[in-house]
Ligand binder design. Structure first.
Ligand code: SAM
Length: 284
């Protein structure tokens, strides 16, 4: 399916609708339709798929998702100035583009009645990208309604999402959470020059696939142990886990870990063991 449509070039759309980028909304637009097509393609074949897009802006990625065969695109945009441009796209693809005017942080995804398979594909506003991702990964029940997430982040955030103890500088709470519930990898980088206006840093497209059966433990326990351990990441576990207000030695032994190890050397499995040991010791 062609990734190019008969709609006007995005530069003209931006001019016609006065869409000067606003920094406060994290607006860095991608105007190169080959690039938007590459991102759409990175989410896999789109036939029959409902794509959820956060922040369509003037609609470059939206157009690529529709042109490449998404059954439907549900796009959430906070900037009302973009709505007329998006309405033009909707007119070009009757019945296939639903625009929700509002804040993506306020949406209860389970209530939208999205019909599967559903994937999130987005060039995220950088100022809320991590909060959005954490919200999706912390959703209960798990697995979520989303089959996959194909998301653009700042390169530095992308590295923190996919990190393992082999990248100790980037490995932290975000990597533990994402590694526990998803399989995540960086697909490719996009240089600042590709955006209007160009951001200060390189961006990366990350693909996350939810694990159907993450190692069993409770989200809140995992979050709590990871927060304590990485709260003092230079310290040994026997010190950094003290805020949990438990017999730290007994906790670490029960989890089968080395009390002199530091958080950044503990793989996801180790954090899951710690979470379960903490629950057992507390008896709740
Ligand atoms: N998808 C477009 C592209 O690739 O050119 C625009 C991406 S731009 C990085 C981020 C978009 O998210 C902007 O259109 C911005 O208005 C929108 N946005 C910012 N905060 C938002 C929020 N809380 N909810 C929904 N959209 C938001």
């Amino acid at each position: 399916m062609s990734a190019i449509d008969a709609l006007p070039p995005l530069r003209e759309v931006i001019q016609a609708h006065g869409l000067q980028a606003k920094k406060s909304l994290g607006q860095n637009f991608l105007l190169d339709l080959n690039l938007t097509a590459r991102i759409a393609r990175a989410s896999g074949p789109l036939d029959g798929v409902t794509a959820v897009e956060i922040g369509p802006g003037p609609g470059g990625l939206t157009r690529a998702l529709l042109a490449m065969g998404a059954r439907k695109v549900v796009a959430v945009e906070r900037d009302e100035r973009c709505l007329p441009a998006l309405a033009e796209i909707a007119g070009h693809y009757p019945g296939r583009l639903e625009v929700i005017s509002g804040d993506a942080l306020e949406i209860d995804w389970s209530r939208l009645g999205l019909e599967g398979p559903v994937r999130i594909v987005a060039n995220l506003p950088y100022n809320i990208a991590t909060v959005l991702l954490t919200g999706w990964i912390e959703a209960e029940p798990w697995p979520p309604i989303f089959e996959s997430f194909t998301l653009m982040f700042q390169r530095e955030v992308a590295e923190r999402i996919v990190a393992t103890p082999a990248q100790p500088k980037d490995y932290g709470r975000l990597a533990v959470l994402c590694g526990w519930r998803t399989s995540a990898r960086i697909l490719f980088d996009i240089s600042p020059a590709a955006f209007t206006p160009p951001p200060k840093v390189t961006s990366s497209v990350v693909h996350l696939t939810p694990r159907a059966d993450p190692l069993p433990c409770r989200l809140r326990d995992l979050t709590e142990v990871a927060q304590a351990a990485f709260g003092q990441r230079r310290k040994m576990l026997r010190q950094s886990l003290k805020p949990l207000a438990l017999d730290t030695a007994a906790l670490i032994e029960r989890a089968g870990l080395d009390p002199t190890a530091r958080a950044e050397t503990i793989p996801v499995e180790g954090f899951v063991s710690l979470a379960n040991a903490m629950r057992d010791l507390r008896g709740r």
